[in-house]
Every structure is written in structure tokens, then in C-alpha cells.
Design a protein around this ligand. Structure first.
Ligand SMILES: Cc1cc2nc3c(=O)[nH]c(=O)nc-3n(C[C@H](O)[C@H](O)[C@H](O)COP(=O)(O)OP(=O)(O)OC[C@H]3O[C@@H](n4cnc5c(N)ncnc54)[C@H](O)[C@@H]3O)c2cc1C
Length: 392
């Protein structure tokens, strides 16, 4: 039985959106329905990133969507969030690709880059002709990126980079990596570098055997005496705050994206519960315990929509603080994972099959819960904000 997504709007959420915001959302939804939904289960099974969608997504302005100039769409933060929601309704892995390319590579070039770096990279990246990855995490440095070991050392008019990065989205398909390293000549200050991935000494190896984000490429990176010209330093980076600013952009998008995954699971479970009959030839939706799950899901999705929208409205006024973004990421990913688990339950045995999207979303969301600051790291950011006490 094919289930087609119908959208989720319990509380007239759409009435809070402008015409432009609805248009962006609907255009993205149609693109995903026509282009990603038909192939995503095959991609997920094969562990294949749907590279054929890179250019079509560029044409719709998805890359660097909230940046201005350089061919970028100049969307508001709410519009950008709605794009993320619709992408992740399709698949968290495809949304991850767009998030990394936009928020973790184009954004730092835009924010910390020189004019030459911006003029060279941003138009090519907006068109999807060059792809990027973001190398912060290392084998021994995850939640605490300040403990990174990757080093950059000045040598004449070049920097020489050495280190290992781990769990890097799009690592082996990227043309350029934003690599975060401690600069030995600057008292080990963390700075960002643009490293073209064809430089001698740079290697990317894919991580296989993932049960999650299978339609996204995840790699480890090795840098052994990689020499780059000094002009590849992102000049305005300085300290851990710089990568954290990038993460704030990406986490904001995840706060919206997770709603998309939750909507997909909820709508699928709702439709299924209305046609699946058990006991007295009644649909399972007529049982109180099934309704309780559906009521929980729609309540939490609705609250998550309002949370994401308020953070987006604040961000559009430049008033969204990291703890606001942490609340959206933490709550909405947790909510989506709970929805996916309940939806899986409502589908019974069918819930484990990839004829339905639920198990894929559920498995994907386990990564989304961990990356870009784990659920518990965001708990600590919110805790620090309300108590003034750092509990890391
Ligand atoms: C599919 C995927 C894609 C990714 N893509 C990228 C990417 O593109 N670029 C990149 O740089 N990274 C990427 N990451 C890495 C990701 O950001 C890290 O996995 C994440 O930051 C957590 O680090 P860790 O896995 O080392 O876990 P750890 O930091 O080892 O944490 C393990 C557990 O300990 C808990 N913990 C840690 N410190 C504390 C504390 N102080 N108090 C309480 N609990 C604590 C955590 O909450 C977690 O539950 C990706 C990860 C995945 C899974």
C-alpha cells in the first residue's frame, strides 16, 4: 500500500507563514516528492548518496540559501528552515549534505573568508559545481572540539597541516574541506583553512557499515604534511568561537529538519492506522492506545513547529542566541526520534520494512541526535544559560 505524504498542520501553522515562506516550502516539498521519494529507499539500501540531485538542488537555490550575493538565494532564516524541513522529510542524509555544504562550508567562507576566497568559491558552490566538507571532529575529539590535535605550522608563505578528522559528511566527494586546526605559531589558536582535497598528503576514506544516514557520505580525513598557500587561511577565524558560529547555523537548520522527519513518520502512521484492521474488523486507529500515540505525536510536532518558527523569527532579527538554537535542536530531534519509534510501533511488523520510510528515519535520527552537539551537550548549553554555571 503506497502512502503519500499530505503535510501536517494541526493548529493553522500555515497562517503564521508569509506567502513567500509557503511558496518556498511547497516548491521544496514538490521537488522532494518528485525526485527524492522515488529513489531514496534504493539509495538507503545501497548506501548511495543520490549525487544526481546535486545540480537540480542548486537550481532551486538550496545551497547557501540564506546568504546574499554570489548567486545565492538570499532567503530569510524561516524560509531556509522550511527548506531544511522538507529536505529532511525526504531523508536526513540528503538534508545533511545540504546543511554541511551551506551552513558549514559556504557560511564560513562568507563570514570569515577574504574577498578572493568568496569570489572564487561561493558562486561555484552555489551552483553545485564544487562541493565542500567541514572537518572539526577527530577520532579523540568529539563533544570537546577544543581538544583537537590537528596542527598547522607556518613555513615561508605556506601552512603545513597534519592531523586526522573523523565522521566527516561528504568527505570523499568534497572538492574543498574547511579544516579546523591549532596554529603552532599563534599559541595554538584554532583557525580555519580551505584545503583543496587534491593536495598531496590529503586522503579521504569512507566509513562503511553505518546503520544510519546511509544515503549520505561519511568519511575520515587524513592530512599528512599537506601544504597550502597562506592565502588559504580563512583570515577572520580566531579561536573556537569560529567553528561554533558555523555549528549554530547548522544546528538551526536541524531544528527545522527534524520536524520534517517527524511529519513523515506521523503522517505515514496515521494513514496506516486508518486502513489496518485488527479485532472486530475495526481499524487500529479506533483503539485508544493507538490514538494516544497519534495524539502525542501531533501535539509534539505542533509544539516543535512553533519553537522552530520563533527561533527563526528571532534569527531573522539577529536575536537568536546559541541557547535558543540548542533548545530547538535538542527538543525537535528528540521529539522526531520519539515520533519515529511510536510510528514504527503503530506499523507493527511493517514498521521494520523499507516499503515504508519510518525505520530509515528512525535510524537516521540516531545520528542527528548525536551530531552537531549531542542531545546532552545541548542540555548543558541550556543549563549553563539558565544557571550561569558551566557543567561541561
Ligand atoms: C553521520 C555523522 C556525520 C557527521 N558529520 C560531521 C561533519 O561533517 N563534520 C564534523 O566535524 N563532525 C561530524 N560528525 C561528528 C559529530 O559532530 C560528533 O559525533 C559529535 O560531536 C559527538 O562526538 P563523539 O561522537 O566523539 O561523541 P563523544 O563526545 O565521545 O560523546 C559520547 C557521549 O558522551 C556524552 N558526553 C560527552 N561529554 C559530556 C559532558 N561533558 N557531559 C555529559 N555528557 C557528555 C555525549 O553526550 C555522548 O552521549 C558526524 C557524526 C555522524 C554520526
Amino acid at each position: 500500500m503506497a502512502i503519500k505524504f499530505r503535510g501536517v498542520d494541526f493548529l493553522e501553522f500555515d497562517s503564521l507563514l508569509t506567502d513567500d515562506e509557503r511558496l518556498v516550502r511547497d516548491t521544496t516539498r514538490k521537488f522532494i516528492e518528485d525526485n527524492l521519494i522515488p529513489i531514496i529507499e534504493e539509495c538507503n539500501r545501497a548506501g548511495r548518496f543520490p549525487r544526481e540531485l546535486v545540480k537540480p538542488m542548486a537550481e532551486l537555490g538550496f545551497y547557501g540559501a540564506s546568504l546574499n550575493g554570489y548567486g545565492c538565494a538570499g532567503m530569510s532564516n524561516v524560509e531556509y528552515g522550511l527548506v531544511m524541513q522538507e529536505l529532511e522529510r525526504g531523508d536526513s542524509g540528503v538534508r545533511s549534505f545540504v546543511s554541511v555544504h551551506s551552513a558549514l562550508v559556504m557560511y564560513p567562507i562568507y563570514t570569515f573568508g577574504s574577498d578572493e576566497q568568496k569570489q572564487f568559491w561561493l558562486p561555484l558552490m552555489q551552483k553545485g559545481e564544487k562541493l565542500g566538507c567541514f572537518g572539526l571532529t577527530e577520532p579523540d575529539s568529539g563533544s570537546n572540539p577544543g581538544s583537537m590535535r590537528t596542527r598547522a605550522k607556518k613555513s615561508g608563505k605556506e601552512y603545513v597541516l597534519n592531523g586526522e578528522k573523523m565522521w566527516i559528511t561528504s568527505g570523499s566527494i568534497a572538492d574543498v574541506a574547511v579544516i579546523w586546526a591549532k596554529v603552532e605559531d599563534e599559541d595554538n589558536k584554532i583557525r580555519g583553512f580551505l584545503v583543496e582535497t587534491d593536495r598531496p598528503g590529503f586522503r579521504a576514506a569512507d566509513i562503511h557499515g553505518k546503520w544510519s544516514l546511509r544515503a549520505s557520505v561519511t568519511s575520515s580525513l587524513s592530512l599528512q604534511d599537506v601544504r597550502i598557500p597562506e592565502s588559504n587561511l580563512l583570515p577572520k577565524t580566531g579561536g573556537l568561537k569560529s567553528p561554533l558560529m558555523c555549528l549554530s547555523q547548522a544546528r538551526y537548520g536541524i531544528g527545522w529538519g527534524a520536524i520534517g522527519a517527524a511529519m513523515a513518520c506521523y503522517d505515514c502512521a496515521l494513514q496506516y492506522s486508518l486502513f489496518r484492521k485488527q479485532f472486530r474488523d475495526q481499524p487500529i486507529a479506533s483503539h485508544q492506545l493507538v490514538q494516544q500515540k497519534l495524539a502525542w505525536m501531533i501535539s509534539e510536532i505542533t509544539k516543535a513547529q512553533l519553537l522552530a518558527l520563533q527561533v527563526g523569527r528571532l534569527k531573522d532579527k539577529d536575536k537568536a542566541a546559541p541557547q535558543h538554537i540548542s533548545m530547538a535542536k535538542r527538543n525537535n530531534v528528540w521529539m522526531a526520534l520519539e515520533c519515529a519509534r511510536m510510528a514504527r510501533d503503530i506499523l507493527g511488523a511493517n514498521g521494520i520494512a523499507d516499503e515504508y520510510p519510518i525505520f530509515r528515519h528512525m535510524a537516521n535520527l540516531e545520528s542527528v541526535k548525536t551530531y552537531e552537539g549531542t542531545h546532552d551537550v545541548h542540555t548543558l548549553i541550556i543549563g549553563q544559560s539558565v544557571t550561569g554555571i558551566d557543567a561541561f
